[in-house]
Design a protein around this ligand. Structure first.
Ligand code: NAD
Length: 513
């Protein structure tokens, strides 16, 4: 069992924190060849608690070489699905067994409230179990042309997959890519976010203990512009699965174009939560609050624009703001905390600047900056702006913090126009008791995912992804299997093959005769 200590500020510090975080390449923990490092801060004290190896091109080359060797020579890509599934299930068991430790580390490194970090380990484990089940059940098509051909799909892993992940719920989002990439027989190089490298360092031991062959999983820490960029441009990495900001996705898209790499992009969002007057208002308020303030508001699918029908607008705003003021903001490790510390001072400054912009663009109903009782750390009180016009920056731009814009509408047509009035299209939440309206609205809303009368509750079988500036392609369930595999078509002739006889003079004469 792990014990822990606390600082003079009362901050919980996990026992056994590493002071240095390394890469994991070809089954070994290693530093950068040139010795480069970067500092890692915790978001409560904003002091450096560790250094991490900062991967450069040469380190990425080394990791890709190890991954490529494991792909070309190793047993992993050709193992029977059941054997790979056994390894994946052992990984899931190990992740579950470490739930408390993982949550403790994740909370310390990211500032996520501990009660919300706890769920992340279980979700990560479930991703491995889910893909273990899928690959065992997986079958592909065979098609017959009676008397002349049988054709079938030969599904194959593609090679070395480059996985680039963000800092919000880092471990869980890494599992989202690792599980399908590995399940389908690829080998991988993971480049986790530089703000939060701590929990990713747990994967190496988990994989090793579960019996994953060396070189199948490789981890290179480092900055996006260095390690991430080198991975995207590496000629032996045919696939990139990226989750992060839209602007980063655009850069990666450009950099991957020369080699026409397979790309999956899960990008930013500014998702609408639309509340009609006939909605169950109690349920809508609970879910709208949770949807934008859980995970500190650092959530790609946050319902950060709330659109409310005029008949219930003032009531909704009053009740929503009163609840927002009651939200417990504080030490991420305290189980009572509902909103913790934002991940990094750079991100804190960004969110705080949007709060100031919001004061010129909307009616401030709750929050508005740092809570008085928390003079240190990256804390922002849940902040609610009402009467926000659709051309406001806080209506259009992703803030990625505990800040919400509320806007009134009068008709269904106006609600749909407002919902679609951003460059993003990740999720939409719709609250109404009217079945026809619910489905009509869902068909019209420009969002990759819609929840009717619910906040974001995932079903791993459904496609996950956004439209417009929120993403490219969908992962989730069989779509992930498709992304990480090549579907080769194999054709076999049955009996004599009928081929035009080029260059055969006799045959041509016979045809003409
Ligand atoms: P980010 O784009 O800054 O960084 C994401 C990752 O990309 C990091 O590992 C970073 O080092 C790397 N990176 C940065 N520049 C790179 C480059 N030039 N080449 C290669 N890699 C590079 O994003 P973030 O701030 O870590 O995460 C927050 C963003 O992620 C938000 O916009 C959020 O909406 C989005 N997100 C989306 C989803 C989704 O599923 N759609 C899920 C979670 C987060």
């Amino acid at each position: 069992m792990t014990t822990s200590s606390s600082t003079a500020l009362g901050q919980h510090v996990p026992e056994g924190l590493p002071s240095h975080i390394q890469h994991y390449i070809g089954g070994e923990f290693v530093d950068s060849l040139g010795g480069q490092t970067f500092d890692v801060l915790d978001p409560v004290s904003n002091t450096t608690y560790a250094t991490a190896a900062a991967g450069q091109q040469e380190d990425v080359n080394r990791a890709v070489t190890a991954a490529r060797r494991a792909f070309l020579e190793g047993p992993w890509p050709t193992m029977k699905p059941r054997e790979r599934a056994r390894v994946l299930n052992r990984i899931a068991d190990a992740v579950e067994a470490q739930e408390s430790r993982l949550a403790e580390l994740e909370t310390f490194d990211t500032g996520l409230p501990i009660t919300q970090a706890k769920g992340q380990a279980l979700r990560a484990a479930e991703n491995f179990r889910f893909f273990a089940d899928l690959i065992v059940a997986q079958f592909d098509d065979a098609m017959k042309v009676p008397g002349s051909q049988i054709n079938y799909v030969n599904r194959k892993p593609i090679g070395v997959a480059g996985l680039i992940t963000p800092w919000n719920t880092p471990f869980m989002l890494e599992s989202w890519k690792l599980a399908p990439a590995l399940a389908t027989g690829n080998t991988v190089v993971l480049k986790p976010a530089e703000f939060t490298p701590l929990s990713a360092s747990l994967w190496a031991q988990i994989f090793r203990d579960a019996g994953l062959p060396d070189g199948v999983f490789n981890l290179v820490n480092g900055l996006g512009e260095e390690a991430g960029d080198a991975l995207v441009k590496h000629p032996d990495v045919p696939l990139i699965s990226f989750t992060g900001e839209t602007t980063t996705g655009q850069t990666i898209f450009r950099n991957a174009a020369d080699r026409l790499k397979g790309l999956s992009m899960e990008l930013g969002g500014k998702s609408p939560c639309v509340v009609f007057a006939d909605a169950d208002l109690d349920a809508a308020i609970d879910s709208a609050l949770f949807g934008v303030f859980s995970l500190n508001g650092e959530r790609c699918t946050a319902g950060s624009r709330i659109l409310v029908e005029r008949a219930v607008y003032e009531e909704f705003c009053g009740r929503f703001a009163a609840r927002a003021k009651n939200i417990v903001v504080g030490d991420p490790h305290d189980p009572k905390t509902e909103v913790g510390a934002l991940v990094h001072p750079v991100h804190f400054e960004k969110v705080a600047s949007y709060v100031e912009i919001g004061k010129t663009e909307g009616r401030l109903l709750a929050g508005g900056g740092r809570p008085e009782h928390l003079p240190e750390g990256n804390y922002i009180a849940p902040t609610v702006f009402a009467d926000v016009s659709p051309d406001a920056r806080i209506f259009q731009e992703e803030i990625f913090g505990p800040v919400v814009a509320i806007t009134a509408f009068d008709t269904d047509v106006e609600a749909l126009a407002l919902a679609n009035n951003t460059r993003y299209g990740l999720a939409a939440y719709i609250w109404t008791q009217d079945l026809t309206r619910a489905h009509t609205f869902s068909q019209g809303v420009e969002a990759g995912m819609v929840w009717l009368n619910s906040h974001n509750v995932r079903d791993l079988r459904t496609p996950f992804g956004g439209v417009k500036a929120s993403g490219l392609g969908h992962e989730g369930g069989y779509r992930s299997i498709d992304f990480y595999t090549d579907q080769q078509a194999v054709h076999i002739s049955l009996g004599p093959v009928h081929t035009p006889k080029f260059g055969n003079v006799e045959a041509s004469a016979a045809n003409e005769g």
